[in-house]
Design a protein around this ligand. Structure first.
Ligand SMILES: Nc1ncnc2c1ncn2[C@@H]1O[C@H](COP(=O)(O)OP(=O)(O)OP(=O)(O)O)[C@@H](O)[C@H]1O
Ligand SMILES: [Mg+2]
Length: 275
């Protein structure tokens, strides 16, 4: 089938638009990755996300910035977390670390009981494809593919034999059953974000990370996307980490975690800390 072939060709050559790889050399790690993370096993099975001793600097020379500083964070399976804080405090960078798109200089990242520091780049890409759903403010859809094909890409990457059928089902779940053949340029912003959400949820990921997913949308369209995001999180028991500047949206989560200058300040909202 032509659509399947085009999805397969794309996924084998490029992966998803935000993936590192030959098509996206910005994220290459210059062969130094073997020593970049401590070799720490998950202490106990349980948390969906366990970050320990995370430090990360980016940039070169005078532009080098120490962005993440001594981050310790455990997020339980099925929790919804809001990550808030001033612009430049490191929220997006921390999300990239959780998603396995950025490796820290030190510390351990354990997601769904997988120590990401032990995976090579291919293993990491496979892990992301199966276990991590990502939604960005700016959608990151593949412009030359239809909505249907965009959602099928991660399913193909995960080896799902019914990728196109499943993709159609996921698009119907976000109210886009009648937009399967539309290209991103033929969709509104809200529709594009719903495609991106369907793509992120399609493989039933263990964690769903969303970076200001309503930042480019008007209020009512954003509300629609947020409702679908929370519905997807609840229906699949997917752990959700949501970066937002919207305090009302943050309050819909189980916990609000605040960042300031690369460090975490923890705030319990609905569920007070037991310790
Ligand atoms: N590749 C990079 N090289 C150097 N510095 C970087 C790089 N990426 C991010 N930074 C810096 O790291 C800091 C944190 O950036 P980040 O994008 O994580 O912030 P943020 O909390 O998501 O902000 P916002 O709310 O504006 O999206 C910023 O000061 C930024 O300039
Ligand atoms: Mg950001």
């Amino acid at each position: 089938m032509a659509a399947t072939t085009s999805v397969r060709n794309w996924t084998s050559r490029f992966g998803l638009p935000y993936e590192r790889g030959p098509a996206l050399p910005r994220l290459a790690l210059e062969g130094e990755r073997d020593n970049r993370m401590n070799d720490i096993s998950p202490a106990t099975p349980g948390p969906a996300i366990a970050l320990s001793g995370i430090n990360l600097s980016l940039g070169r020379g005078a532009a080098r910035v120490h962005i993440l500083k001594d981050i310790e964070l455990h997020i339980g399976s099925g929790e919804a977390i809001a990550l808030v804080g001033p612009s430049g405090s490191g929220k997006s960078t921390l999300l990239m670390v959780m998603a396995g798109l950025e490796r820290p200089d030190s510390g351990s990242v354990v997601i769904a009981e997988e120590n990401l520091g032990r995976l090579d780049e291919d293993g990491l890409a496979r892990f992301r494809g199966r276990r991590v759903g990502i939604v960005f403010q700016s959608f990151h859809l593949i412009p030359t593919m239809t909505a249907h094909e965009n959602v099928a890409v991660p399913l193909e990457l995960a080896g799902n034999p019914d990728a196109l059928d499943r993709a159609a089902h996921e698009l119907a779940a976000v109210g886009l059953a009648d937009r399967l053949g539309h290209y991103p340029a033929q969709l509104s912003g809200g529709e594009q974000q719903r495609v991106a959400l369907a793509r992120a949820l399609a493989p039933n990921p263990a964690i769903l990370v969303a970076d200001e997913p309503t930042g480019n949308l008007d209020e009512s369209t954003g509300q629609q996307v947020v409702d679908l995001l929370f519905a997807g999180h609840a229906a699949r028991n997917t752990t959700l980490v949501l970066v937002t500047h919207d305090p009302v949206l943050a309050q819909r989560c189980d916990r609000v975690i605040r960042m300031r200058s690369g460090r975490l300040e923890l705030h319990a909202t609905r569920a007070p800390a037991s310790a």
